[in-house]
Design a protein around this ligand. Sequence first.
Ligand code: NAD
Length: 256
Amino acid sequence: MLKGKTALVTGSTSGIGLGIALALARQGANIVLNGFGDFEGPKAQVSGLGVKVGYHGADMGKPADIEDMMKYAAAQFGRVDILVNNAGIQHVAPVEDFPPERWDAILAINLTSAFHTSRLALPAMKKADWGRIINVASVHGLVASAHKSAYVAAKHGLVGLTKVTALETATTGVTCNAICPGWVLTPLVQKQVDARAAANGVSNEEAKKQLLAEKEPSLQFTTPEELGELAVFFCSDAAKNVRGVAWNMDGGWAAQ
Ligand code: NAD
């Protein structure tokens, strides 16, 4: 379905971003990976699906890096047809104890980076009259949890940016939508599981159960593969008039 298209997925060396990159590659899209840590493994996984793959190590907290990454993608692949703004970090603390530099980093990486990639990708998408921008927000783009001020503010902001981008492209072949996962067992959440296990003196398995029971009625983690399939749907022809939605895949979390 996506043969000949190029997808740039930020924060795709791990977790949800890698799941989305693999799902898009399975549909034939060439992939530009981004993120920290090992990238050779993810690159091999993507190229094993028979598509072209590139990598750029831009720090999504740095606008100059982002500009460089977008230039790299255009030079290597011609154009970014599908932009998935996924890179994100977390820090958990009450407002009065929240380190200001963590606040700044979360806002920069989880929100402002999507503004920069979008503003740089949109001209070519509009010119081609086809494009898909998928912002990986969170159920925390819809509701709040204590001790996640920066994350919740950034994700609510990302849902807002999604709606504005959707309005500005509404009469074109470019769409912009957000995905709002509940708990997904990635390194980002494993840290929270570990902290809970230590704080409550329980096993890792018990900490996972507690985490789910507190927020997610299905008592199940959403998987990167499931989120990848949702991204594929947003890229499909059937979704060409789906615009500005914040689609939760959260086991019923936001329905409560
Ligand atoms: P993860 O930690 O597994 O992956 C994060 C990715 O972002 C990695 O590839 C990492 O290298 C990259 N990254 C981090 N900082 C970066 C930076 N400054 N520049 C470039 N890349 C950077 O986390 P994940 O759970 O897969 O999270 C992916 C996205 O999904 C995030 O935006 C997160 O907020 C969102 N999300 C996660 C969950 C969950 O339960 N895991 C739920 C809702 C939303």
